[in-house]
Design a protein around this ligand. Sequence first.
Ligand code: GMT
Length: 379
Amino acid sequence: MKIGIVCYPTFGGSGVVATELGLELSKRGHEVHFITYKQPVRLELLGNNLHFHEVHVPEYPLFHYQPYELALSSKLVDMVKLHGIELLHVHYAIPHAYAAYMAQKMLQDEGIDVPIVTTLHGTDITLVGSHPFYKPAVTFSINKSNAVTSVSENLKKDTNRLFNIKKDISVVPNFIDLEKHQSTFTDCQRAMMADDDERIITHISNFREVKQIPDVIKIFNNIQKEIPAKLMMVGEGPEKEPAERLAEELGISDRIVFLGNSNEIDRILCFSDLFLLPSQTESFGLAALEAMASSVPVISTNTGGLPEVNAHGYSGYLSNVNDIDDMTTNALKILIDATILNQFKNNAKLQSQKFDLHNIVPMYEDIYKETLKNFLVTN
Ligand code: GMT
């Protein structure tokens, strides 16, 4: 099948999922075309089955806001025509589902029919999409998609609660390529990061408010008072600088390493003992799944889709949002005793296997086939 994938190409769960999906689909014989404003960060190798088409938005001084949707929908029309793309799969509703619908209508005018599958990722629904400024357009474009998927049961529930959705939403959980997270690195450079007796705690995110970065620092501060520990903070975003300041105020800057964005998170996770994700909301928590796939247990909140990913008392623990004391207690329960830590590490790995890409990607393939069949019948 020839599939066009639209996503955000930056560091962020939705772009990562879209890229990993495209990579796997191309391995399974599909021809995949990424259409976005920059080459997705995890898309390193292009080839016969894997293409990238850049959306350019020419700057014009009259425009206070440059019209990305317009450029994207025009590019979609051109690429569908040029490459015979049979189906568009858009990740993150805003503005991708809207631009895809416009492209579909323009193509229809020329006698070309292309169905749209929209995958909802979380903040496109919970934080941004439900804002009154966007809501009518988001509702419209979700309802006009030919198939809609969400990355967790919880996100499906939230979407139906927040929007007047007339479509059935299929839940297709995020997935993981377990081969990429083998703990067999011969060069796992733990010794460069911490002493043998220190526990290594990791947080990876885009450092936005929703990630509750101050809670990460405060939980770590409590932990390091009880046991020798280091914290790896991986990612970039607006909350990074305040976090560095908070670490200084608490006098623990020397115990925290801010690593910036990384394409090699498996190399960081391979020496991590615990992953912290105290988010205010999280439709799924892909970063938690990536940690578990590297045998790292997770201390997270119990919000959104996180309970579908992190099994309480098994792969880690769940707490209420902002309950720093509970998250500290749970972290120490795992970290203090080496036997318990190893048990949680094993469990985390086993839990991640539920989301093996070999089980999940065929769910998308089935949705593509079904959508194409129904679409061609009704058009
Ligand atoms: O977490 C972010 O801020 C990035 C955001 C995105 O759209 O890239 O992540 C959302 O999608 C991920 C992939 O499906 C989910 O794993 C994240 O839980 C979700 N983030 C939120 O719901 C806050």
